[in-house]
Design a binder for this molecule. Structure first.
Ligand code: DGL
Length: 260
């Protein structure tokens, strides 16, 4: 048993979609969330920048005595997880590995992946999917505008719907019915995507695959917290006007935000 908190980071509000599922799956765990709003968006940055930001975030969380880190960001997972895992000696889990496991278990043979420009450019999802699942067909689509529109609290606006319409075209045309939401901001669009596609589709939310994976991991390593009361702290590297409202929509509760 280990009552130290789990550290979670993302570039902004998106990682709260992971936080929410972790909270649900692991109600006893203390959680520290870090949104690197000062450097948002990560999606169009170079790999070097992503690695620098991810390193800084990990150091800040380790300073707060976390027992493990969840990279609740597709862009940082795709380009920086190896560096972080090598540098730090606490467990570091990203959003790709747990999701690949899920896809493998489901015996899926054709899948869409939507993510930021940087994530798609890295080829990380496609590479891992193909390494682990024989003959899987992967259809990638970079969606450069979505994280920013969501971060501004405009996912349901005309602008958000227009972007979804454009980005869903390759999936709609081929009636792809399994799509990985490869950026943690994207579950915010869940309803709009389903409305746009108009057919039965499973949108794979990495928050769910990650939380199940982390639960198993903590149990196996005997690192879970068995105390009854849990706390959560949310830190941002720069105050953001819309953060509190969007967080409330995602988490279904009011949250207190601190600066770091
Ligand atoms: N939520 C992030 C991701 O999963 C980052 C989006 C961004 O900062 O561009 O990729």
């Amino acid at each position: 048993m280990d009552n130290r908190p789990i550290g979670i980071f993302d570039s902004g509000v998106g990682g709260l979609t992971v936080f929410k599922q972790i909270r649900k799956e692991l109600p006893n765990e203390n959680i520290i969330y870090l949104g690197d709003t000062k450097n948002f968006p990560y999606g169009n940055r170079s790999r070097e920048q992503i690695v620098d930001f991810a390193m800084e975030n990990a150091k800040k969380l380790i300073d707060k005595n976390v027992k493990m880190i969840i990279i609740a960001c597709g862009t940082a997972t795709s380009q920086a997880i190896d560096v972080l895992q090598e540098k730090f000696d606490i467990p570091i889990i990203g959003i790709i590995e747990p999701t690949i496991q899920y896809v493998k278990e489901q015996n899926i043979k054709e899948i869409g992946v939507i993510a930021t420009e940087g994530t798609i450019r890295s080829g990380a999802w496609e590479k891992k999917l193909k390494e682990n699942i024989e003959d899987i067909k992967v259809i990638n689509k970079a969606c450069p505008m979505l994280a920013t529109i969501a971060e501004e609290g405009k996912a349901e606006s005309k602008e958000g719907r227009k972007a979804i319409k454009e980005y869903m075209e390759p999936f709609k045309k081929n009636r792809i019915n399994k799509i990985i939401l490869g950026c943690t901001h994207f579950p915010i669009y869940d309803r709009i995507i389903k409305e746009e596609l108009e057919y039965d589709v499973e949108l794979i939310d990495t928050g769910i695959t990650v939380s199940e994976y982390v639960k198993k991991f903590l149990m196996e390593k005997n690192l879970n917290n068995i105390e009854d009361e849990s706390r959560e702290s949310i830190y941002l590297t720069k105050p953001e006007k819309e953060f509190k409202n969007i967080a409330k929509n995602i988490m279904g509760m009011d949250i207190e935000i601190m600066n770091i």
